[in-house]
Design a protein around this ligand. Structure first.
Ligand code: ADP
Ligand code: MG
Ligand code: ZN
Length: 617
């Protein structure tokens, strides 16, 4: 009951006091001493004897006050006044009262009471509805959050890297700031901008920065917020959002994760796509309905451009498209710097080294790394964040936190040591593998141990030779187990290696045309769109014979990889033992120590590197 607002309690208490006051005092002195009831004849007798001072008449009821002070009560016949009985009004003070009037106040209160209670009840319900987030009364309203009024707005300088995107969006800023300039030349102001990019590449951040630079309000809503349990809510929210925005023009509407509503229409899997269609239609209608000069620009973001409805991409709608890539080395360095502005840094900090160590990570990951580094520093009670903190943060994020408590028994430890040694040795010997950065048998996240190789620089194109080495290295863990402990004794530790190797082999055959029998053929299916109802209904574009051939080719690649791994490890058995023994003693070997152990100094890598990050467990 403590949810009842205070003023409701006040109202109830006041009411209760009021009623008791009326009951106590409203009906006069009835409560003091009830007067004796006497026959009417005795009253008349007293009047005759001049003993009566006053009589109060209330309907038929008489309240008599005698001169000696006693009070009496009596009843007379109806319709007859006291004078009919010969009472002389000059001698006795007679006062007539409305029969009901002593109750009238109470009656009013009592008749108002239920109304008051009902009003109070509704008030209470409304308060509750507003207080909690059940928006019973504002269902069709958009839940858009407005920002842009705050003081420290996001500006382009807070977005590191992404130069091309910024140039593209600078134009939008100009449109918002100086619409007249463009109108004067008859140029149409674009209505929509679509930001493509993987999660964490800074789409939301950049949209905010556009609003910040142009100094306009920013209405942000996520695509999924249009989709509710009730049909029609999405469309009415769109209407509401756009009408709010128009009132605040110039401004930006930001629809995050637009693929939640903007998927190709008519391809919904399961229920609810009618609702999506309506919502999407409403967005299109609203965008078409912008009068020229409305000066509202819709920015939408998605990481699934492939599933968007073509109608969204038509000119006049989201005809501007800006792609955000994962940051390259230089951008990564800048992002780290942006996110370390408020952190006290040790003077040994070298962001370029950290950037080199983090290929393939997104801006959001880097923000996370900077934060984790600060947390590490705080945990060990240091006043400054050091390079070592950053290294630890990278490892935590790339490999999962170390699980030192995950104790392996001696046999498991030996198996893991040989497994990781197998990966590491192949990583070292095969010409197209990245240099080994770290080998460890301390379990991390889900992995038993870890062999971590890092490319020397970012790479975007990968060759058949790259993939073959990668597959052989992935299979190196199990191969080492087999060589040392026998075919029957290989363990489940290779599960994720097998998954990686087989997935890569299949992609080589179906997507990259890199197998002998199916050279230059493409059988790719859009991956991951199954849930969005696209490839769900699409049949495979090839026959059963081809499917069997694909399986054959994948098997061949895997078999070749296995053979290569086993041959190489057998030939270099002494080195394999050396790595495994070192691991059993030290548990972890860092890159430089590893190179020393291999006795060659840093391994010359003539080729540029391939995948962004190799992680084998
Ligand atoms: P997206 O919307 O693309 O998934 P966000 O814009 O939400 O990604 O980015 C998440 C966070 O990552 C941001 O709040 C910011 O801290 C960081 N970030 C991403 N890209 C950058 C960048 N280019 N510069 C600075 N910070 C970035
Ligand atoms: Mg986002
Ligand atoms: Zn492994």
């Amino acid at each position: 009951m403590n949810k009842v607002p205070k003023n409701v309690w006040y109202a109830i208490i006041t009411l209760a006091i009021l009623i008791s006051v009326v009951v106590l005092f409203g009906s006069g002195s009835t409560l003091s001493k009830p007067p004796a009831v006497v026959p009417f004849s005795s009253v008349l007798e007293n009047v005759k004897q001049d003993k009566v001072e006053s009589i109060q008449v209330t309907g038929d009821e008489l309240t008599v006050k005698l001169k000696d002070g006693t009070k009496q009560k009596s009843y007379k016949e109806s319709y007859k006044s006291l004078s009919d009985f010969g009472v002389d009004y000059n001698k006795v003070k007679v006062e007539a009262k409305n029969p009901d009037n002593k109750n009238i106040f109470l009656d009013i209160i009592l008749s108002l009471l239920p109304i008051a209670i009902i009003i109070g009840f509704f008030y209470f319900i409304m308060k509750q509805a507003q207080g909690s987030n059940s928006q019973a009364m504002s269902f069709g309203k958009s839940k858009a959050r407005v920002s842009g009024m705050e003081k420290n707005k996001v500006k382009f300088k807070d977005v590191a890297g992404s130069q091309e995107a910024k140039v593209e969006l600078q134009e939008i800023v100009e449109f918002l700031k100086y619409p007249k300039k463009f109108e004067a030349l008859g140029a149409k102001i674009p209505k929509g901008v679509l930001l493509f990019g993987r999660p964490g590449t800074g789409k939301t951040l950049l949209a905010r920065a556009v609003a910040g630079e142009a100094d306009v309000p920013f209405f942000s809503i996520s695509g999924s917020e249009f989709v509710e349990m009730f049909v029609g809510v999405g469309a009415s929210r769109v209407r509401d959002l756009f009408s709010k925005a128009k009132k605040n023009a110039p401004c930006i509407i930001f629809i995050d994760e637009i693929d939640a509503v903007g998927r190709q229409r008519g391809s919904g899997t399961g229920g609810g796509h009618d609702e999506r269609e309506q919502t999407l239609n409403q967005i299109l209608v609203e965008m078409d309905g912008f009068e020229q000069g409305a000066n509202v620009i819709v920015i939408a973001a998605t990481n699934r451009p492939d599933v968007l409805d073509p109608a969204l991409l038509r000119p006049g709608r989201f005809d501007r498209r800006v792609t955000l890539d994962l940051p390259d080395v230089k951008a990564r360095e800048e992002i780290l710097a942006v996110h370390s502005l408020k952190k006290p840094l040790d003077k040994d900090i070298d962001f370029s080294e950290i950037a080199r160590k983090t290929p393939g990570v997104s801006g959001a990951d880097l923000a996370n790394i900077a934060n984790e580094a600060a947390i590490f520093a705080a945990r060990s009670d240091r006043k400054k964040v050091t390079q070592a903190d950053f290294h630890e943060a990278i490892e935590k994020i790339a490999l999962g936190p170390e699980r030192k408590s995950h104790i392996l028994n001696d046999r498991e430890k030996k198996i893991t040591a040989y497994h990781e040694a197998g990966h590491a040795l192949l990583g070292h010997l095969l010409p197209n593998c990245h240099p080994v950065h770290k080998v460890s048998i301390v379990s991390r996240g889900m992995a038993g141990g870890v062999t971590w190789s890092l490319p020397l620089e970012d790479k975007h194109l990968h060759s058949i030779a790259d993939f073959k080495d990668d597959i052989a290295m992935s299979l190196g863990g199990r191969s080492a187990e087999k060589i040392i402990f026998g075919e029957e004794n290989v363990t489940t530790g290779a599960e994720s290696d097998l998954k990686h190797a087989n997935g890569l082999a299949r992609r080589m055959v179906t997507e990259y045309g890199m197998s002998k029998a199916l050279k230059n053929r493409f059988f790719g299916e859009e991956q991951g769109s199954v849930f969005l109802g696209k490839s769900f209904s699409q049949d495979k574009q090839y026959s059963e014979q081809i499917a069997a051939k694909i399986d054959d080719e994948v098997a061949k690649i895997i078999d070749q990889g296995t053979k290569r791994a086993e041959d190489t490890l057998t030939k270099n058995r002494a080195m394999l033992d050396k790595i495994a023994e070192t691991l059993l003693v030290k548990e972890t070997i860092e890159g430089k120590a590893f190179d020393k152990l291999m006795g060659e100094g840093p391994k010359p890598k003539t080729k540029t590197t391939k995948r962004n990050k190799t992680k084998n467990s």
